[in-house]
Design a protein around this ligand. Structure first.
Ligand code: PEP
Ligand code: MG
Length: 758
């Protein structure tokens, strides 16, 4: 059964349209369970109907025409109950409805399984049999498994097609509005510019070339094959030197044989001669080879498909590094991609980036954080669209409501342009707060710092009047290069930041890669990257990287002395002590080299539950703590911050998170150490009030929402904030807490800053 299931899903994935995919399912299922008929009904939400969309065994002329009212018939019962119904004699069931002409009169047994996507019933998959009998457990289990796997594909297909429309010539009215998750607030109007992940065959677009370019594309692929062969034999020799047994090296020999085989090269050249560019030709030929391997029943040989893919991606990496793809960014660039990375943001020339759309990611992903840092609206986690379809289209990005409007009408454009204008007006009013302290109406002052990392962000941070940098994410310079930056390169980058904020403190975080922050030149393939090799775990395992970074930071601070350093992702005291030992080593080395600097303050980020419980022991050993609430929320709630599917479960107002934060503040203060918060919570008006009441010494946030938060603090009383905190601590649910706090802000006339989607 597993084999059949796999085959059906594979064929469905390769289908060109949703109706073709559904036909594959009904044919495949009917054959697999040897039954007399199989059908699929999908729900037309707009009309409140259940529509027959595919059948094998019933009257195919009625596909699209049989439309039952929602809840009608046995199908309606499956939808209503959202569970399978296995009925031996369907016609005698009280809910049975006969549909003339459908041809089900002679069918007796009925098994209907709901197709459910994200708690939402999309339709029903049904098998019927002439013989009166209940389908057995294995058949039921098969259908349930298939339906669960199909649901995502069907949801995607429905969003993309007008299958349920009676008049197929009409385009569904809502197809021009794409809905995702708000990643960064604001509104942008601009033109889509696609980013493709590097060395990813799937994302290589089809591109035809003129005859004049055929020769050069052939030369390119030939050079790529030679270069990749050299690389692979180098890798093989290297691995052999490490004493790996001969069989382990066999894979490299397989790669070399493919590379050197005339037929592989020849097949690619043939595709180029047909007018495909080299990358596209490689993609076509690889796909053919992969499908040949995948058809083979032998498990070992099947696995070879992934070797072919791996090898081709290495060749592709070479092609891409050689292709001087001159990227022309539109004046108002909206970056669009399956997974837009912070490095891709950094590539857009200054002043041109106005919006971001990423299929992957959610509001707590790093891409969202960087977009917010740049004040650029972002919509993430969109389903039902292939990014290539958006290339060069005019778009409106509504980062408040997580929506994207394609090719907008003049009227819609006008409406959004007015909103953008109003936003600018509000921002201008806030600018008057720039040099005023963040002090409540009853005289309680809190420090306000910025989070930064991208260089255009530095100017924005200075413009909002921050008292310093509470978190400088050092990852970006590492992500935008093709190897680790040298000590001197790093020194220059850090020096720029420290100089820009001279006389103000700058907290630099040591390299925090892993999770969703990847380096192209340091690949980490892990099943659970957020639970894997991340942050301090990597840098302690690679002291050569850590020491170089610490030395560069220290050297950069010479004559400025405004540097503070903090360590991310700490889970144990042993890690703190090892980090401190390496810091001392770097410090002594730099001093011995004649650099004149004071010892910077050192801090630890509290971002995993273990560190919450050891916060006091950590605070004892360092100068300050800083809570990384983005990660702390993800680890306390066991919700991947990057996964749109569970984004609704990610909530920093969860009572468990609030209690953890209070515990950290108390632990730091018991040791007379300062504690700040540098996660996105600080930027959320509702959370900021609660953090103030908890006694955090400083809030650090991206520059985009900075002045709004200052405005709220200056218009609030600490006494009121404390009372609200006390009340929400008696509440059990994050959503209730948010509603309660929003109401409190409305009541004091501060509701204007509440962000949609929070
Ligand atoms: C955090 O986890 O809250 C944090 C500030 O670090 P990052 O978002 O970079 O992981
Ligand atoms: Mg973090």
């Amino acid at each position: 059964m597993l084999k059949i299931l796999r085959r059906i899903i594979q064929e469905v994935n390769a289908a060109q349209s949703l109706s073709e995919a559904l036909a594959i399912v009904v044919n495949g299922v009917k054959q697999a369970v040897q039954t007399d008929a199989c059908s699929i009904f999908l729900i037309d939400e707009m009309k409140g109907e259940q529509v027959l969309v595919a059948t094998n065994g019933l009257n195919p002329a009625l596909i699209g025409k049989v439309r039952l009212k929602l809840g009608e018939g046995l199908i309606g019962l499956v939808v209503e109950r959202a569970e399978p119904m296995n009925i031996g004699h369907a016609a005698s069931h009280p809910n049975y409805v006969h549909y003339p002409g459908l041809g089900e009169e002679h069918l007796t047994a009925f098994l209907g399984v709901p197709i459910i996507h994200q708690r939402h019933v999309l339709g029903v998959l049904i098998i019927y049999q002439v013989k009166e009998r209940c389908f057995d457990e294995a058949e039921e289990a098969f259908l349930i498994t298939l339906s669960a796997q199909l649901s995502g594909i069907i949801a995607h297909g429905l969003a993309m097609s007008n299958l349920l429309e009676q008049d197929h010539s009409k385009t569904p009215s809502n197809q021009n509005v794409l809905t995702g998750i708000s990643g960064s607030p604001g509104i942008a109007i601009g033109k889509a510019h696609l980013v493709y992940p590097l060395a990813d065959l799937k994302s290589v677009p089809e591109r035809k070339i003129p005859e004049a370019e055929i020769e050069s594309e052939i030369a390119l692929i030939e050079a790529a094959l030679v270069a990749t062969a050299l690389l692979i034999s180098g890798l093989r020799d290297n691995i052999k030197k490490h004493g790996l047994p001969e069989e382990e090296c066999a894979l490299f020999d397989v790669y070399l044989r493919i590379l050197e085989s005339k037929s592989f090269a020849q097949e690619i050249i043939t595709e180029i001669k047909l007018g495909n560019w080299a990358q596209g030709a490689l993609k076509i030929v690889t796909a053919k080879h992969i499908s040949r391997f995948e058809e083979i029943e032998d498990i070992y040989l099947k696995e070879r498909a992934s070797d072919v893919r791996d090898l081709s991606e290495r060749i592709l990496a070479y092609l891409q590094s050689r292709k001087s793809d001159v990227r022309v960014f539109p004046e108002q660039t909206i970056l669009v991609g399956d997974e837009v990375t912070p490095a891709a943001l950094a590539e857009v020339p200054e002043g041109k980036l106005v919006g971001v759309i990423s299929i992957k990611g959610s509001s707590n992903s790093h891409i969202a954080i960087f977009a917010r840092g740049l004040g650029v609206p972002a919509v993430l986690g969109i389903e039902g669209i292939k990014t290539a379809q958006l290339e060069d289209e005019e778009l409106i990005v509504d980062g408040y409501y997580g929506q994207v409007y394609r090719s907008p009408s003049a009227a819609l454009r006008h409406e959004f342009t007015t909103l953008i204008h109003q936003e600018h007006e509000f921002d201008k009013q806030l600018e008057t707060l720039r040099d005023l302290p963040a002090e409540t109406m009853d005289g309680y002052a809190i420090k306000m710092y910025v989070n930064t990392g991208l260089s255009p962000d530095i100017d924005r941070s200075l413009n909002v009047g921050a008292e310093g940098v509470g978190l400088y994410r050092t990852e970006i310079p590492f992500m935008t290069r093709d190897c680790f930056p040298s000590e001197e390169e790093q020194r220059l980058i850090y020096r720029q930041v420290l100089t820009a904020f001279a006389n103000k403190s700058v907290v630099m975080r040591t390299l925090d890669i892993g999770g969703d922050k990847k380096l192209a030149y340091f690949p980490l393939a892990e099943d659970n990257p957020f639970l894997g090799w991340r942050g301090i775990r990597i840098t302690l395992d690679h002291p050569e990287l850590f020491l170089v970074q610490l030395r560069a930071m220290l050297q950069a601070a010479e004559g400025l002395d405004n540097l503070q350093i903090m360590f991310p992702m700490v889970t144990s005291i042993a890690e703190v002590e090892e980090a401190l030992r390496l810091f001392r080593q770097a410090f002594q080395e730099v001093i011995a080299e004649g650099v004149v600097i004071k010892k910077p303050l050192l801090g630890v980020m509290i971002e995993v539950p273990a560190a919450v419980y050891q916060a006091q022991a950590i605070a004892k050993r360092v100068d300050f703590l800083s809570v990384g609430s983005n990660d702390l929320t993800q680890y306390l709630l066991a919700v991947d911050r990057n996964n749109a599917r569970v984004a609704n479960l990610y909530n920093s107002l969860h009572p468990a998170v609030l209690r953890a934060l209070m515990q950290v503040v108390a632990a730091a203060h018991r040791e007379n150490k300062k504690v700040s918060i540098c996660g996105e919570m600080a930027n959320d008006p509702v959370c900021a009030i609660l953090l103030l009441a908890m006694g955090f010494d400083a809030l650090s946030m991206n520059s985009a929402g900075f002045l709004q938060i200052k405005w709220i603090i200056r218009n609030f009383r600490m006494q009121h904030a404390k009372k609200l905190l006390e009340e929400v601590l008696h509440m059990d649910d994050a959503i209730d807490i948010r509603c309660y706090m929003e109401q409190a802000l409305e009541e004091v006339g501060l509701g204007g800053v509440l962000r949609a989607g929070n």
